[in-house]
Structures are given as C-alpha cells and as structure tokens.
Design a protein around this ligand. Structure first.
Ligand SMILES: *[C@@H]1O[C@H](CO)[C@@H](O)[C@H](O)[C@H]1NC(C)=O
Length: 412
C-alpha cells in the first residue's frame, strides 16, 4: 500500500516534470496555471499522435475532446433568450437580449466566429456561450454565434463559406427587421481562426458592389491572417508556447487545406511556397510591416520558393491554389482592397505565434486609411481571452474581455 503510493507519487512527479517543464516566460501571470493546462494539452496531443499512428482515430479527432469537455447546453436566462437556428443551412446560436422596452428600439448585432484552428471549437463551448451572453446583455445587442462546419471533414473553403453564408443571410432587411436589428450597427468578430474568418468575410463583402447593408466594425482577437510565412519573428519566438505551439498552428493550417501530410511537412520547413504564392510574399513581409521593436534579434529572409514540388508530390492542385486565396489569408490582398474595410479592433498577444499576423494587418490597414484600434497585451498568450471558466480562468481573460466589450460599446 505504502510502496504503491510512493510509486504512484514518483510516477506522477516524473510525468508532471516531463510535461510541465516548459520554459514559460516570467512575465506571464498565473504561470503555474498555464503550465498545468499546458501539460494537459501536451499529453492530449501526444495521445492524439499515438492514436493516429496506430490508426485508431486521427489527430484532430482526438484533440476534439477539448471541445467536447467544454460543451454546454445553451439555455435562456433572465437577461438573454437563446435559441438554436439555421441560417442558410448553417447552425447558429442566437442570443437576444431581454431588456425592458427594447422591443420598439433597434439594436446592434455581433456575428461571432469561434476559434479552434478551423478544426476544433464550437459556439456551444462554455467560454463562447458566456462571451455571447455578456455581449448581448451589456450591449443590448443580438449575438449570432456561428457553428460553421470544421476541417478536416470539411476543408477550405467550407468553414469560410459557412461563415460567409450566415453573414449574407443575416444582412438582409427582412431578417434584420425580424430581430429588431439596426442595419447600420452590425459587427463581425472572432478569435484566432474565427478572427481569420471574420476578416475574410469583411473583405469579401467589400468586394461585392451589390452588398447594400454593410458591416460597421470588425473585431479581430489574435487572428490568423496568412499562411505564406510560418517563420515570422513571433512564430520563432513562441514556437513552444503553451496553447498554440508552432507545430499545432502548422497542423491547423495544413489540415484546413488538405489531410495530405506532405503539406504539413513542407509548412513545418516553411518551404511550401510556389512561384504563384511567391508574388504575394511582399504582402506578408514582416521586415517591412513590423514596427522596429519587433525585429530585435531576427533578420528577414524570404520563405523558400519551391518549383512545383509540393503539387507533384501531393498530386493535387487544390491546396496550392488555396495558399494564395485571400479568403484563407486575408493579408494577401493589395492595399487598394483594404481601403474601404470597416473600422477595426485588433488584439495581439506578445506570447503568440500569430502576434505578427495581427501586427502586420494593423500596419497595412492603417496605411490604407482604415481606422484601427490596436490592443497589444505584453503578458498575453494565444487563446488567453477564452480562459474565463473556473478552474482554468485567468485574470487577463477578464481584462481582455472588458476592453473588448468597452470598444464594442463605443464603436458599434
Ligand atoms: C522584404 O522587405 C525587405 C526590406 O524592406 C526587402 O529588402 C526585401 O526585398 C523584401 N522581400 C520581399 C520578398 O518582399
């Protein structure tokens, strides 16, 4: 019995030491909590690798557990009425505020796209459910939380198209009238891959001259914005950071396009660019678009351009064309296409592989004359804003949420 517990203790310690030991920057608040969460994520990721290797279940299928454990049944409460709807065949959760006397008054609306690398996540996860309720109640706004279909079952452009179809469906006079929404006060927003979808949809609407009802604002929380350079300084600096190490982000990117591992390996080596995408590298040139302070110890070298290798190896054209598609990489459009975009709120975190995607978009949008509020969190890490549910709650999540809501209140 005693020996048993000693053994268990030692096993637990070595397990913990192995998984937990990961240099997490001193600046990060509540480091221990992050280390513990990280050890859970890493264990799960190893389990997922093993499962895929053994042919049991694919990697993302196992990682999806993260989504499942946080799923809730979204119920109405005294402040917000929650219903499940289908907008143009896409599942959405609709949050309507129940404020007194609000019936005759038109309200704003926020179309929200959850994160999870296009492969994980759901609007039914408790952090997203909580956020939607908070936005609805505090802004007296209608919130549309979109459950777009996910990769790898549904590769690009399906997740994007689901998001786009919901927005198009919603931005019709008769639909807005049904929910008492003011057509001049609609936001699109999202975090991580949801920020990618939000930015992409905002751009697409601007490309359509026939689109009468427009988005007023876009709020992008540590968005993913480009697939061409996966070695920006933030990718290098944060390659082992918890929640979203570089390998996982590369995995998300490659799974968004294809399940063929050839693309994953090429992206890991940053040798996935071909002559077509090489013409677009100027739009993601961090040497030009990052403020000097972020250059620090990194020197720019353009990603390698490989002549047709990947296409021949994978025997398909799809992923190589998707790479250059601005609906996947919103940073790849010329300045002229940025000019008329809605006012933007962009969040970046210092300890995030995606930091530089966000920073480059801030620079490019501002240069194109778009009004951008940029909120940079020096002690932030990727995914931080969604850690709002105990016991995995962080102070910074509350802080970020408050700032986000405040901006929406002032600008929507
Ligand atoms: C990136 O920017 C640097 C400095 O502005 C420039 O020297 C380099 O040629 C650019 N490379 C590409 C691929 O745009």
């Amino acid at each position: 019995m005693r020996l048993g517990s000693i053994f268990l203790f030692v096993a637990l310690c070595s397990f913990t030491a192995y998984y937990i030991y990961e240099p997490i920057p001193e600046e990060i608040e509540e480091r221990w909590k992050l280390m513990l969460i990280n050890s859970f994520f890493r264990s799960l990721s190893h389990l997922a690798d093993l499962s895929e290797l053994l042919g049991l279940k694919d990697y993302m299928g196992v990682m999806y557990i993260i989504t499942v454990v946080e799923k809730v049944v979204p119920l109405s409460d005294e402040l917000v009425k929650v219903t499940e709807e289908k907008f143009d065949e896409v599942e959405v959760l609709l949050y309507q505020p129940k404020q007194q006397g609000a019936d005759s008054e038109l309200r704003g609306a926020v179309i929200y796209l959850h994160g999870g690398g296009w492969c994980l996540g759901s609007s039914r996860m408790s952090p997203y459910d909580l956020l939607a309720r908070k936005i609805a109640a505090e802004l007296n706004a209608v919130v549309l939380s979109v459950d777009y279909r996910l990769a790898p079952s549904h590769h690009f452009p399906v997740p994007y198209e689901d998001a786009y179809h919901v927005v198009k469906h919603f931005l019709q006079e008769r639909v807005l009238a049904q929910y008492s929404v003011d057509p001049g006060r609609i936001a699109v927003s999202g975090d991580s891959s949801g920020g990618n979808l939000a930015a992409a949809v905002a751009q697409q609407l601007q490309r359509e001259p026939g689109q009468r009802i427009k988005l007023k604002v876009q709020a992008l929380i540590y968005p993913v914005l480009q697939a061409l350079d996966l070695n920006t300084p933030s990718y290098q600096q944060n390659q082992d950071m918890p929640i979203l190490p570089r390998t996982l982000m590369v995995r998300f990117w490659s799974e968004y396009f294809t399940s063929d591992k050839v693309l994953f390996r090429a992206m890991m080596a940053n040798t996935h660019n071909n002559p077509e995408s090489s013409n677009l590298l100027k739009f993601v040139n961090w040497s030009t678009f990052l403020p000097e302070t972020y250059h620090r110890k990194y020197s720019y070298s353009a990603p390698a351009v490989v002549q047709g290798v990947r296409r021949e190896a994978t025997g398909m054209d799809g992923p190589s064309r998707s790479l250059t598609d601005p609906r996947a990489s919103p940073l790849l459009v010329p300045d002229i296409a940025l000019r008329s975009l809605p006012k933007a709120y962009i969040v970046t975190c210092e300890y995030d592989v995606l930091r530089d995607d966000g920073l480059m978009y801030v620079t490019r949008l501002r240069a194109a004359g778009v009004d951008v509020t940029h909120e940079h969190y020096d002690t932030g890490f990727h995914g931080a804003m969604m850690f709002t549910v105990s016991p995995t709650d962080f102070q910074i999540a509350r802080h970020m949420t408050d700032n986000y809501i405040k901006w929406l209140k002032e600008n929507l």
